[in-house]
Design a protein around this ligand. Structure first.
Ligand code: ADP
Ligand code: MG
Length: 258
């Protein structure tokens, strides 16, 4: 059975989307079948895979409000030259979903219910979360087996982390008893500065969660790739960013949960 990983951090700009895209593509490169679910109304994961977010026939929005089937929501094999990455895309329409579903029964379980039929078709389901602890993030955590938290190597790295861990604990207590912490992954590490190293050491001292050994470097290729609609391992297969996400994928595959 597949593992569902929610990539979450209520801070924006920490590398959630970059990690969702490139971890997924690296897992597919390792032969895994992956479904990526974009739950951010900004739709950056969607466009990062080369889809035009303004021209979507169906998206996570239609799926969640019950206007399309799961089969119709999934776009298959979205990366040319790389088998095994399917996506449920998103766009700005999703911003209204919280209001539209305000009176819905069991609204924390809508995503989980919606994807239950296809869960077993995948080795990994990667959910890119919006930068908030909203109903969408709660839906992602209720659907997930684990939560992976990207942390940017900058001065305020720890800010908000305790709130996030608190949310994960609340979801585990009330909605999804099986939810576990996948762990923390450091992103945008700059080897030329002491700050990055200090942040890594400081965060490690203050948290109990698993920390992935792989640290994602700051790499300009990673920032460029989305404008070509390609994951890094296709856009620039030999770049430091591509190598780092391959190592992260290997660690994620190795890590076992029961
Ligand atoms: P989030 O989804 O958490 O808001 P993003 O993944 O969109 O964060 O990253 C924020 C910005 O930083 C984007 O412009 C992205 O291209 C850039 N970025 C992310 N990770 C890296 C990295 N390792 N090296 C260089 N730029 C990065
Ligand atoms: Mg994002």
């Amino acid at each position: 059975m597949g593992r569902v990983i929610a990539i979450a951090n209520q801070k924006g700009g920490v590398g959630k989307t970059t990690t969702s895209i490139n971890l997924s593509a690296a897992l597919a490169e390792r032969g895994k079948k992956v479904l990526v679910i974009d739950t951010d109304p900004q739709g950056n994961t969607t466009s990062g895979f080369g889809l035009d977010k303004n021209e979507l026939e169906n998206s996570i929005y239609e799926l969640m409000i019950g206007e399309c089937s799961i089969e119709d929501a999934i776009q298959k094999n979205v990366v040319e030259d790389l088998d095994g990455v399917d996506i449920i895309p998103s766009n700005v329409n999703l911003a209204a979903v919280e209001i539209e579903l305000i009176d819905a029964d069991q609204k924390e379980f809508i995503l989980r219910e919606a994807i239950s039929k296809v869960k077993d078709n995948y080795d990994f389901i990667i959910i890119d979360c919006p930068p908030s602890l909203s109903m969408l993030t709660v839906n992602a955590m209720t659907t997930a087996n684990t939560v992976l938290v990207p942390i940017q190597c900058e001065y305020y790295a720890l800010e908000g982390l305790s709130q996030l861990v608190h949310t994960v604990n609340l979801v585990r207590d009330r909605l999804n008893p099986e939810l576990e912490m996948e762990g923390v992954v450091f992103t945008m590490f700059d080897s030329r500065t002491n700050l990055s190293l200090q942040v890594v050491e400081n965060v490690k001292e203050h948290i109990q969660e698993n920390v992935y050994k792989t640290i994602i470097p700051r790499n300009i290729r990673l920032a460029e790739a989305p404008s070509y609609g390609l994951p890094i391992n296709i856009y620039e297969p030999k770049s430091a960013g591509a190598e780092a996400y391959r190592l992260l994928a290997d660690e994620v595959i190795e890590r076992k949960f029961d």
